[in-house]
Design a protein around this ligand. Sequence first.
Ligand SMILES: C[S@@+](CC[C@H](N)C(=O)[O-])C[C@H]1O[C@@H](n2cnc3c(N)ncnc32)[C@H](O)[C@@H]1O
Length: 263
Amino acid sequence: MRITYRRANNKDYWTKRWDDIPADAPMENLGVYPLKYAQMTVKNKEGKILEAGCGAGRVLRYYHDRGYDILGFDFIDVAIKKLKEIDPTLQAEVGDITRLRFADHSFRYILAFGLYHNLEHGLDKAIGETHRVLEKGGLVCASFRADNVQTKLTDWLTERKAKKNGNENKTRAFHKMNLTRSEYEQLFIRAGFAIEFIGPVENMPILYKFAVFRSSEHKQFNENKARAEGYRLSWFGQLLQNMLMRFFPDQFCNIYVLIAKKL
Ligand SMILES: C[S@@+](CC[C@H](N)C(=O)[O-])C[C@H]1O[C@@H](n2cnc3c(N)ncnc32)[C@H](O)[C@@H]1O
């Protein structure tokens, strides 16, 4: 386990992030994270889905528009406000994963992309809450920041940028938690889940941080576009990334995606 510290604390980071961009359009690309993994989990329209930490709403809107019974929540109210403005028919509300208002066994599926690594305290409690509100046999699909070379490099590059911008002496606050593959698996096993799938995923390849490796349509960084289409690299960038992922998947992924069943 490794903790990443930054200049802004986690909640301020997400508030600024969702304040800065409009609500997401429904995601389009079924072949990339996170929709690819959501599709591996949600097998049909029967059964309620909970999207925990729905953020700007790309996954929530994808399923809602297709008639699934999905409810999303997030602890950042500006994100929920923007979602309700863009589509008042969405089931979206402010909530915290460590204290869920739902009754036991309320959902067949829980999607939690990039959520749990935001918790400095109460990680076991949050996984316990996830377990509690799932039906027996229900599935959770969740990603977590990997503790590896890629995230260490990302943290180093961010730190270097902060120093360049003169923020060197600002106090540091909790940003995110990083876990190895087995630490992540154990978290769910401890809570009473059986792991059905776990794999290394490159949500945002490290090479995407450098414009030279991005696809021509992504040279000019546009977060909403990248969130809808996936972080697209040029053919050369993709070739390099494929090699890194082929030979060192656990070191050059930035997250692990896990699908687990409530026993
Ligand atoms: C990486 S974003 C993912 C957003 C969305 N699931 C997606 O894939 O586009 C993680 C989200 O978790 C939310 N979050 C962090 N801690 C939370 C908590 N304790 N309870 C609820 N949401 C939280 C953040 O505000 C953020 O929107």
